[in-house]
Design a protein around this ligand. Sequence first.
Ligand code: SF4
Length: 587
Amino acid sequence: MKKIKIFSSNCLSIWSQKICYVSPINWMLKLHHVKFSASKDEYQWTDPYFLVSPEEFDLEKTYNMLLEEEIDVVAFSVYIWNKKEFFEMAEFFKKKNPNLTIIVGGPELDAHRDKEFFRKYDFIDWVIYGEAEIAFSRLLDHLAGHEVNLLNVISKQGFISEHEPVNKKDDILKYSIYIEFENEITKFLKGLRDRGVFYALCWETTKGCPFLCSFCDWSSGLHHKVRIWGKDELIPNWKKELNLFSKIGVPSIYWTNPNVGLTPQDTEIVDYICDLKQSKKHTPIFISTQFSKTKKEHSYSLLDKMLTYQVTAGLKFDLQDLDPVVLDLIDRPEIEWEYHKTLIKNILDKHSKVKVWGERTNPVWCNFIWGMPGQTLSHIRKNMIESGSLGMFPTHHIFELLPNSPAAEPAYQEKYQMKIKRVYLNVADGVDMHPGPISSHWANAVVENFTLSNKDWFTGVFLFNLYGALTDYNGVQSDHRQAGLGNEENYFDNSLVILNKVINDSYIHFLETDRIEVFFKDRAYGFQNWVGSRRHFLNDLFGNDEDKLFNIRVSLDIPPDIQDNFQHTTKYGLTPENLQNFVLEKS
Ligand code: SF4
């Protein structure tokens, strides 16, 4: 009997939010194996390993766990946010025990495209790409000595299996992992709670996305077929699962479908969760739902209902860019902004002032990507102004190249003259936790393209992150979040002029070190650290008072030892306490 352990993790690059996004990958893989494989009686599945935060990363301790449990096979679920940690672990384990079988899978792996993969990562034995349920079961069968047709796997020894972009057999879809493994999953989630971890359970009711956005690697870029979990069941899986989540007190759900509102059952799901709420039973809070890009009226009517019944916290809109030319270049389906804006405004007028977070109103934010073909500095300016005018925080994520996305194709990069560089974004050095959607991290970033020079790209990242620090990244509990919202035009134009030297010095520092941070008077700072002692005068960038603007220039000349004797006291946004209190209050 061989023993298996599956490794997965939280999204480590946004750990600053202190929410743990729990992926149920262990049970997805296990479900297929115990139901359909030839080797189901030849393996023992042990408790999964889940890396909650970068602080927990400990090679020796994790290896000792494998020794104690006498594990034979480990498999890592690899994403952009954990590749570094999981590869380090895999390498460490292999050195300690060359007989351990190491399997990796997940959208961040490109062994099927990169001929050099196993030369770079010779501690890995097998790579699975694309949908893993069937591929993993077959691989386990093979490792146990059964004759099987392997699927979507590549080995260090040079074996390449059959390639099946989308699984032809959908047998697994009629099952619910939560119902099949209720006791195990309940125990696992209770374990997280007992450790004081606030989690959002990742929950999907469909598989796949019909779109092809250039920056995205959904389904590892292999197919665009949408399938529904348990759709032919008498009682649909989603209903049984929501009942279970209510029974076991799941605090929060991240509904990971990329297009809520696209399938008819989404309306039933939203109705059901609102009914659950009315029944006074415990109702999980939905966070960060992605709504359909095309059926906007319908999907926003679902959002409206969820907000009315307070089964969702916060409003988020994924926009990427407002310019249809840019959206066209990245193959992003979207409705026209002027009309979209009126739909968003209607929602915000009705709900954005609802105080569901204690003393504060709902957080409202939207997501853009910065560095895409067609963008110029005027795009980030417009994105910020338009969002700010609606009271939304305009998050600009760096365009990070995902290896299985359409943008990773050399022809795409050549066409749009994209330059890629590994860069470090220093949001806040040494500050344990900060509000907002982005933590300091290394990124494989698109730093230039045919419309955006490297200097303008850097300037955009700089201006957004400084703005984020000044407004506490729209932190819900922050006193500073209102400082800038609605005044982005002043901020952008004033900063370009008044902070010109700081931006230029920081750019030179970036060219020398690959670090995106504020370089000021011979010292580098994380954006929040630099803002700390200077906030009182930098906030005047949001106004148009000439005297105050002049004063900013003068204040920037004060010797740094006076300014830097400052204790960072930012109030935080999405803390576990805030969320726990919110759930307790509302359940
Ligand atoms: S970004 Fe969303 S809509 Fe676009 S391909 Fe990815 S999952 Fe689909």
